[in-house]
Write a protein that binds this ligand. Structure first.
Ligand SMILES: [Mn+2]
Length: 369
């Protein structure tokens, strides 16, 4: 038997409309720790995108190392792979040394599908790969698609069917429904079919931010630990699973409660303003037919975590679904318009120096006229 907790897409260091999510992320990592401490799984799978950026800030690396350190002091073995957002090589720094302590980190694909064993289970770790990452190690094999590349990597190991086999990976799998905040490039590398994973009893996936099985029950995304855009409507979960010796899988979704949720408030300006405040991150959809001139400042004052404003009225419906910044755009000069966007994204007013750079750029692009 193998019991496990499966999480992915922590995106430590990510911001939401200019807000630092440090407190929200720290809170959620503590939640995850207490779930893991309570369940005491044999293994914890962290399926990529632990960081949000290739160059994580010091406070992000501190957040992750604190989390891993506390996990590692428990009884579970920890498996971490890099996602497309992670600094693969830096993530594996010293991994050979910490590996002995039960923290297994695979930052970059090195031509070999790494395996670690717990009892009668084999855990394979495949960090995020592109076709080119595989071609360089298998120059003599024709690789036409990402699916070919992954098949080749998986076929390069001899899987013992008598044992429990798990793969931890970070890829886009055909048929998955996106959550709304992931960077799954459209027209880039085509998603791989879940059939390539048929040798495994469980595939712990990262990359797609919405929790779901893909194709079969045993190929799953755990989803991100927080909602990372207003487009994400689904609540977040962590997966707790048990694989019995005959390979049968039992899986449970444990609901996560964030410090602050990401919510949408929709209605007329007066309805929203009289509806009271919330600590949650708020995206507002105003249904007024006329734009409210100072809606942004009123809403920012009402909601301490105001994210963005959109109008849903006859005018916006006749255009598109794009988010409108507010105010009558035709009456604004480009620098006023930009200053408003800047303030909304950064929660700060532009400095004189920044204004000068903007002026210069506008003149350079459009000329003095
Ligand atoms: Mn991600």
């Amino acid at each position: 038997m193998l019991s496990f907790i499966h999480i992915s897409d922590l995106h430590i260091g990510k911001r939401l409309s200019g807000y630092e999510l440090h407190d929200d992320q720290e809170y959620m990592l503590r939640e995850l720790e207490s779930i893991i401490e309570k369940r005491k799984p044999d293994a914890v799978f962290i399926a990529g995108d632990v960081y949000d950026r290739i160059n994580p800030a010091e406070e992000s690396t501190a957040l992750l190392s604190g989390f891993l350190e506390r996990l590692q002091s428990g009884s579970s073995e920890i498996f971490v792979i890099a996602g497309n957002h992670d600094p693969g090589e830096k993530l594996s720094y010293l991994s050979n040394i910490v590996d002995k302590s039960g923290l297994h980190i695979q930052g970059r694909f090195s031509g070999v599908l790494e395996k670690r064993s717990i009892g009668n289970s084999d855990i394979y770790m495949l960090p995020y790969i592109r076709i080119a990452d595989v071609r360089r190690y298998f120059p003599d094999n024709p690789i036409e698609s990402l699916s070919d590349a992954i098949k080749l990597v998986l076929d390069s190991v001899s899987i013992d069917e008598e044992r429990i086999n798990v793969l931890v990976a970070h890829q886009a799998v055909l048929g998955a429904v996106t959550g709304g905040s992931e960077d799954v490039s459209i027209g880039g590398e085509t998603p791989i079919p879940s059939s390539v994973f048929s040798s495994f009893d469980y595939v712990a996936l990262g990359h797609i931010h919405r929790a779901q099985p893909v194709g079969v029950k045993s190929v799953r995304y755990s989803g991100s630990m927080l909602k990372y855009s207003v487009a994400e409507r689904e609540g977040k979960v962590v997966l707790y699973g048990k694989i019995s010796d005959d390979g049968s899988l039992d899986i449970e979704e444990i609901k996560l409660k964030p410090l602050h949720d990401v919510v949408i408030r929709k209605g007329s300006f007066s309805e929203i303003m009289s509806g009271g405040s919330t600590d949650d991150y708020v995206h507002v959809i105003l249904t007024d037919e006329r734009d409210i001139p100072d809606a942004l400042s009123s809403l920012s004052a009402l909601f301490p975590r105001f994210l963005s404003l959109e109008y849903d009225n006859a005018r916006t419906r006749s255009f598109s679904d794009s988010i409108v910044i507010g105010g009558d755009e035709s009456e604004r000069t480009p620098d006023e318009y930009f200053a408003e966007l800047f303030e909304m994204m950064t929660r700060k007013k532009m400095s004189d120096e920044q204004k000068a750079v903007l002026d210069e750029s506008i003149r350079e692009i459009w000329g003095d006229a």
